[in-house]
Design a protein around this ligand. Structure first.
Ligand SMILES: *[C@@H]1O[C@H](CO)[C@@H](O)[C@H](O)[C@H]1NC(C)=O
Ligand SMILES: *[C@@H]1O[C@H](CO)[C@@H](O)[C@H](O)[C@H]1NC(C)=O
Ligand SMILES: *[C@@H]1O[C@H](CO)[C@@H](O)[C@H](O)[C@H]1NC(C)=O
Ligand SMILES: *[C@@H]1O[C@H](CO)[C@@H](O)[C@H](O)[C@H]1NC(C)=O
Ligand SMILES: *[C@@H]1O[C@H](CO)[C@@H](O)[C@H](O)[C@H]1NC(C)=O
Ligand SMILES: *[C@@H]1O[C@H](CO)[C@@H](O)[C@H](O)[C@H]1NC(C)=O
Ligand SMILES: [Zn+2]
Ligand SMILES: [Zn+2]
Length: 332
């Protein structure tokens, strides 16, 4: 690109914040997980969430996006993403030590809250919040632009979609999934989840989906979440800006761009649901490493890597932006 990264970042507009994968994406991930969790896990979750309905996971899937805007929950805003300080489309990669700052990130949060769901010395209220965070963050970590620093996860890249001015982050969170499904209600999410569950069980994902659980190790939540983060981040180079930022900036992306992106979105939502179910089963079926988070955090120190000047500047811009993501298109 012509200008140094720091200059481009300083030209960023101020964009009002909203939610991560929109409601549709999060609810769909939750419904897929409901299809694959064991009866024991389902019963554990219903009890902890005090919800015996058949939408018990979907009902809490976007709680974390409301909570982050409360005074009490403001600390959790930086936990919805990890800003990979890589160089797409030339190279994509995530590095926990480099990319997860002192205030935490989605990888450290998945580790922390995984280990706060079952221990009996943690209050029920805190365990319930931990479960709601894990349900939500397993969704967010599959959105490629939640695992990318460039222009604040694409929030600073203006685009139009179906004639509406918005930004690249927002169309990945919401516009593209909603165009595919035609709405964002709970029943839209249920319908989408049923389609994806069929593809996982006997359709186009049947062969690939067993490999989606590679690298999952409940005793090392940081390493497990990093597998999912690397996977999502790789799509920044291959599907989000394969031809660079300039190729999408200011463009209408409803046509060919959408056609190429939508299979990636479908597959990432399907993966998130399968991985969430597997992760919850591991947590509930007694294999959680109590204190696993501490072990991982001591061996891999976050927020202490030596950063290049442009990386320091990118992090400063993100903090100034207020840790949020997405443009205020419609709140739901
Ligand atoms: C799990 O629960 C469903 C209905 O809630 C029941 O049909 C099924 O037999 C149960 N499976 C096992 C292994 O208990
Ligand atoms: C559980 O839900 C029921 C019905 O929604 C409600 O009456 C009850 O107070 C809840 N209990 C707790 C501990 O939140
Ligand atoms: C884990 O979560 C608790 C509750 O939100 C928080 O107080 C604590 O600082 C977190 N620990 C780490 C290491 O992130
Ligand atoms: C809960 O117990 C574990 C040991 O089982 C201990 O390491 C941890 O510090 C305790 N946590 C709290 C909040 O007391
Ligand atoms: C992006 O759009 C915002 C309004 O939504 C505008 O203020 C800003 O100047 C635009 N940025 C660029 C680089 O076009
Ligand atoms: C899955 O693998 C089997 C055996 O290799 C193959 O016959 C089948 O066509 C594959 N299905 C899909 C949807 O790729
Ligand atoms: Zn989120
Ligand atoms: Zn988002």
């Amino acid at each position: 690109m012509a200008l140094p990264k720091a200059t481009l970042l300083s030209l960023l507009p101020l964009i009002a914040p909203t939610i991560a994968w929109g409601t549709l994406g999060h609810d769909t991930v939750a419904f897929i997980a409901q299809s694959f969790i064991s009866n024991k896990t389902a019963s554990f979750a219903k009890t902890l969430l005090n919800d015996s309905s058949d939408t018990y996971l979907a009902n809490v899937a976007t709680w974390a996006d409301s909570y982050r805007y409360t005074t009490e929950g403001a600390f959790s805003a930086p936990l919805h993403y990890i800003d990979a300080l890589d160089d797409p489309p030339a190279s994509c990669d995530v590095d926990f030590e480099r990319d997860c700052p002192e205030e935490g990130c989605i990888v450290s949060a998945i580790a922390n809250y995984t280990n706060r769901i079952t221990p009996s010395n943690i209050s029920i209220a805190e365990r319930q919040k931990a479960l709601k965070w894990v349900i939500h963050f397993l969704g967010d970590i599959h959105q490629p632009l939640h695992v990318e620093n460039l222009e604040i996860g694409g929030n600073g890249i203006n685009v139009t979609f179906d004639g509406v001015t918005t930004n690249l982050h927002h169309i990945w969170d919401s516009n593209m999934p909603e165009k595919l499904i035609g709405g964002y209600s709970l029943s839209d999410a249920r319908t989408w989840s049923e389609e994806l569950v069929a593809e996982i069980q006997s359709g186009k994902y049947a062969n690939a989906s067993s490999a989606w659980l590679n690298g999952i190790d409940i005793k090392d939540p940081v390493a497990s979440a990093m597998v999912w983060a690397q996977d999502a981040n790789s799509y920044v180079c291959t599907a989000v800006i394969p031809l660079g930022q300039e190729a999408v900036e200011g463009k209408e992306l409803e046509g060919e761009y959408y056609d190429a992106a939508i299979p990636v979105i479908q597959q990432q939502i399907a993966k998130a649901g399968v991985r969430l179910a597997a992760w919850l089963n591991l947590i509930v079926e007694g294999k959680t490493n109590s204190g696993g988070y501490e072990t991982s955090d001591q061996t891999v120190k976050r927020g202490e890597a030596k950063l290049k000047d442009w990386m320091v500047e990118a992090r400063r811009v993100r903090r100034a932006f207020g840790y949020n993501c997405g443009a205020e298109g419609h709140k739901h």
